[in-house]
Write a protein that binds this ligand. Sequence first.
Ligand SMILES: *[C@@H]1O[C@H](CO)[C@@H](O)[C@H](O)[C@H]1NC(C)=O
Ligand SMILES: *[C@@H]1O[C@H](CO)[C@@H](O)[C@H](O)[C@H]1NC(C)=O
Ligand SMILES: *[C@@H]1O[C@H](CO)[C@@H](O)[C@H](O)[C@H]1NC(C)=O
Ligand SMILES: *[C@@H]1O[C@H](CO)[C@@H](O)[C@H](O)[C@H]1NC(C)=O
Ligand SMILES: *[C@@H]1O[C@H](CO)[C@@H](O)[C@H](O)[C@H]1NC(C)=O
Ligand SMILES: *[C@@H]1O[C@H](CO)[C@@H](O)[C@H](O)[C@H]1NC(C)=O
Ligand SMILES: *[C@@H]1O[C@H](CO)[C@@H](O)[C@H](O)[C@H]1NC(C)=O
Ligand SMILES: *[C@@H]1O[C@H](CO)[C@@H](O)[C@H](O)[C@H]1NC(C)=O
Length: 485
Amino acid sequence: MASYFSIITNIVSFLTIIALCNVNQTLARHKNPNSSSSLFVFGLTHSSSSLPIPKSSRYLTKPSQPLDMMESLREVTDGYLISLNIGTPPQVIQVYMDTGSDLTWAPCGNLSFDCIDCDDYRNNKLMLVFSPSYSSSLVRDTCGSSFCFNIHSSDNHFDPCTMAGCSLSTLLKSTCFRPCPSFSYMYGGGGVVTGTLARDTLKIHGISNNSEVRDIARFCFGCIRTTYREPIGIAGFGRGALSLPYQLGFLQKGFSHCFLAFKYANNPNISSPLVLGDVAISSEDNLQFTPMLKSPILYPNYYYIGLEAITVGNYTTANEAPLNLKEFDSQGNGGMIIDSGTTYTHLPDPFYSQLLSTLGSMIPHPRATEFEMKTGFDLCYKVPCPNNTFRNDVFPPITFHFLNNVSLVLPQETCFYAMAAPSNSTGVKCLLFQIMNDGDYGPAGVFGSFQQQNVEVVYDLEKERIGFRPMDCASAAASQGLHKN
Ligand SMILES: *[C@@H]1O[C@H](CO)[C@@H](O)[C@H](O)[C@H]1NC(C)=O
Ligand SMILES: *[C@@H]1O[C@H](CO)[C@@H](O)[C@H](O)[C@H]1NC(C)=O
Ligand SMILES: *[C@@H]1O[C@H](CO)[C@@H](O)[C@H](O)[C@H]1NC(C)=O
Ligand SMILES: *[C@@H]1O[C@H](CO)[C@@H](O)[C@H](O)[C@H]1NC(C)=O
Ligand SMILES: *[C@@H]1O[C@H](CO)[C@@H](O)[C@H](O)[C@H]1NC(C)=O
Ligand SMILES: *[C@@H]1O[C@H](CO)[C@@H](O)[C@H](O)[C@H]1NC(C)=O
Ligand SMILES: *[C@@H]1O[C@H](CO)[C@@H](O)[C@H](O)[C@H]1NC(C)=O
Ligand SMILES: *[C@@H]1O[C@H](CO)[C@@H](O)[C@H](O)[C@H]1NC(C)=O
């Protein structure tokens, strides 16, 4: 029964939080049904990522020489966790893998770490906290580093060191090595974290031999003392200089992941493969590639792809996507982002409503409106379940058509999901798509992680394209040795 997330949600709080998101929502979470507000949207938009990326190479650190690596992602109900081995001796911290933001951060400081307005954390303080004092190799980042400049979103390179108290003469000579001042990092949807930038040794696993471990010296991450709202701990996989792939030297190469189906959530025996390096982008067999688009002005650190249409059933009914799902306007708004930190796919109106009505016209089952009210999802159906067993063929297939003639038929269980156990040979399934609020500002849509299950997704950063290949990720995990039994 663990695989049913019967979301008994507090719809009011959901809508309130949506209304608060004045930028795009990039992490829609659903939580334990028993917690007070079961469903809310979290944004991972770094508010300042719209600022230009510095051109000067003066303070830029050269990325280290990359080694192909493979890490495993543990699936939980609201995303995929990567284990970071940081420090000397290493401390293992599990954080959410997020392609929609750049900063990697861990809750820091053992007893002093505080999370404001975090139900999960309050309810079960199980999460591991990084203890800086236990690591002999930890240092504060300095005010002159490119990371410090980046996190402070400064317009000039002297700002962080000036804030840190350096004199102009030492600035001119680049001889001031004070610690990078504390920062706050904001996510759309109201999340905020505050802390300091730290450098410490990160251990990564080699690909050919999982017991081969390499040290990445002076990996830069946020040592976060206080956060407002969950989630707690993030590994940023965005395109910016702070992101984990960039720091490890993979931004000119790429990475790939294969997200396990939701039925494996919280199963400790199997995890999803995450591969970084040449090997992630070397195979083209059966992969369909769509180009990565670049928003020249707004949020350049997102991975944008263009959506052309969505078809339902046997390609008979095409819902043409609006232009803003494949092009940017003069202010840089538009495009669809692919984001592992957003649970559900978000589409803008009226496109979203048109899709709902197309589905409505093709699905013969009765609507379960009481579940729509309870869960906040827009389309729920009572479906026949012979012998109280769900069948997987009761809905027409949904196909996403991305730029470059890429057609991805979404596995049905990633579009419609069971909300309650069947009884009387009837069950309820809801469409796990949501409306994109405020799609006029920033990205117009989000391709979320739930719809990426059982698909290998390749971020080919060398050729600036995203590849898709339907795959049984549990078998892929088994063949990579990530399925212990
Ligand atoms: C929710 O609460 C009910 C009753 O309090 C309990 O039986 C059930 O196991 C809980 N479910 C979860 C997922 O915690
Ligand atoms: C937190 O700090 C206390 C006291 O320094 C220590 O005994 C405890 O083991 C620490 N806990 C963790 C999880 O690091
Ligand atoms: C894997 O790496 C470990 C540690 O470097 C080494 O001891 C072991 O022999 C390697 N195994 C293989 C099959 O290469
Ligand atoms: C994980 O494996 C252990 C040992 O084989 C087994 O007892 C346990 O039920 C498994 N857990 C799940 C969720 O499958
Ligand atoms: C799609 O086509 C297949 C075979 O051509 C057919 O069996 C199926 O019923 C069709 N489905 C829909 C929804 O039209
Ligand atoms: C339901 O279960 C019964 C007995 O186990 C079996 O004979 C029957 O074929 C099943 N019906 C369906 C539709 O699976
Ligand atoms: C698009 O792909 C389909 C198969 O997926 C193929 O039949 C068709 O010719 C392609 N169209 C173009 C313009 O490449
Ligand atoms: C199940 O069906 C029976 C007979 O049709 C009916 O009496 C009962 O109320 C139904 N139960 C539920 C939970 O709908």
